[in-house]
Design a protein around this ligand. Sequence first.
Ligand SMILES: C[S@@+](CC[C@H](N)C(=O)[O-])C[C@H]1O[C@@H](n2cnc3c(N)ncnc32)[C@H](O)[C@@H]1O
Length: 208
Amino acid sequence: MSNYDIIAPYYDRLSRIIFGKKLKVAQLFLIEQIKPCNSILIVGGGDGGVLEAIASHCNQGLFITYVDSSEKMIALAKAIDAGKNEVNFITSKVEDVLLPQNYDYVFTAFLFDNFSQGTCNRIFYKIAENLRSGGLWLYADFVNTNNWGHQLLLKSMFLFFRLLCGVESNKLPGMESLFNKDEFSCNDTKCWMDGFIKAQVFEKKDIL
Ligand SMILES: C[S@@+](CC[C@H](N)C(=O)[O-])C[C@H]1O[C@@H](n2cnc3c(N)ncnc32)[C@H](O)[C@@H]1O
């Protein structure tokens, strides 16, 4: 199992050095979808920067469940001003948590690149079953491209996170077949760095 404790205090600075503001901008694009008085499940939220961004967009009335497996990440996230939104922090692997409800939104940013395909599939279905029909999955991650610079960067990131955090994967998992067209429709997509970073808004269909 990966453990981000060791890099938790430096994660934000590192991501800014490598990607500038692009990872944050991708998250802001997704956060624009969120409406007040709704419930959100954030998985692998990291140091809590996302809570601050959500509070700037919608300062009150949100019910947020924040799951992260790193104690240090959760400690940093607890120190963030989330406005008047209610946040329930859970320090655990998402696959081990009994989630209390069907959420209006689930939010996963740069989470699935941590997992082998098998783990990724299990986590995907676990999260999907906790999103209500008609709810939105706000999703961002890296994408394979033909650009050798991107490929080199990905390889370096996998090596770095494997050595420091014990991340199990060494390539991006296939996500497209998981968000299959029978169960999800893609309402919006935006890319950065020539397609290397992609944010997507998926709506869970009402299946009778
Ligand atoms: C690459 S960081 C992304 C953080 C944040 N989403 C962002 O974009 O800045 C991945 C996060 O997922 C968490 N994580 C990894 N595996 C997890 C799991 N099985 N369940 C919950 N959180 C997990 C890590 O602790 C880490 O905080």
